[in-house]
Ligand binder design. Sequence first.
Ligand code: NAD
Ligand code: DAU
Length: 329
Amino acid sequence: MRLLVTGGAGFIGANFVQDAVRDGASVTVLDALTYAGSRESLAPVADRIRLVEGDVCDAALVSSLTADADAVVHFAAETHVDNALADPAPFVQSNVVGTFTVLEAVRRHGVRLHHISTDEVYGDLPLDDPARFTENTPYNPSSPYSSTKAAADLLVRAWVRSYGVHATLSNCSNNYGPYQHVEKFIPRQITNVLTGRRPKLYGAGANVRDWIHVDDHNAAVRRILADGKAGQTYLIGAQCEQNNLTVMRTLLRLMGRDPDDFDHVTDRAGHDLRYAIDPSTLTDELGWKPVHTDFEDGLRNTIDWYRANESWWGPLKEQVEANYQERGQ
Ligand code: NAD
Ligand code: DAU
């Protein structure tokens, strides 16, 4: 299969591309190589892919690459909630206009699309309620990031209905694993410890996230690409709800530190309380199941990866922490 992978030099995209190439796919990556994208993340498969440095909003470029693909997997996006709060403009451009551009290209060339989205489009859930997100949960995004992802999802749904575009969508929970940018919660804390900084917890740390290993997310995407129903949305999650305080204390313990050796810092504006995914459609319809079900084991392997790959994240760390310091975080 010839795949065009947008955002394939980012965290989830690079892991997806590495797996897809090993599975025998022919892959072209389109990535703007923003601060979040990196050629090094594709180094293990560099000589087996085509990497095009370009913007997903460039209609002529996206159209010509799409014409040569059997399917487009659309990961490209601005993805960090704190950055969106500081400056939402690139999120509107890359996430909304970028998705519109991809949709017009797949419509023109009759190419299959899988659109990657997030559980954050559903807003948040109360802490003291067993309810979880399903495919029927109404959209209710809270942040500039999640509202642009919601807008993108709605465009995809409209292009399916109005133009018969062959697209599937997936909305996944919080990913962790190798190649995640050090601005994100888990790698930030690991690399804070590795660089002699104190880890930083927003507010009291009661907010709950539903963690999934990036390889499990990507295995689900491959299942959907193979057998997903056109127009269908699939929720991807590994049923691993944890509050941030617990994750922080676990990371510190696994790294041989005092579990309370961290700072409480200014909370995120509008901070979503809890995300939780009900993945039944995916498990019942497509038989997908997560493999990395031992979260501590996954965290241990992730810590090992960051220990072994300082050359990948080291050059990013100083700038990220300077940005956080400016925002009191
Ligand atoms: P990331 O920030 O690590 O990578 C995003 C990639 O997109 C980068 O390589 C960047 O250079 C590229 N990009 C950004 N704007 C672009 C543009 N205009 N043109 C071309 N390339 C551009 O993000 P990630 O965590 O790998 O997330 C990938 C996708 O998965 C996103 O759509 C995100 O919304 C979704 N998602 C992420 C998570 C998570 O926990 N990280 C969970 C659910 C869904
Ligand atoms: O749910 C899926 C989403 O998960 C994706 O759509 C986003 O692209 C991805 O960034 C992620 O969003 P979150 O905002 O949940 O992830 P983040 O890693 O930024 O933060 C996770 C939690 O940890 C959140 O409650 C905020 C908190 N946090 C974050 C950082 C960076 C801290 O307490 N301290 C920190 O230093």
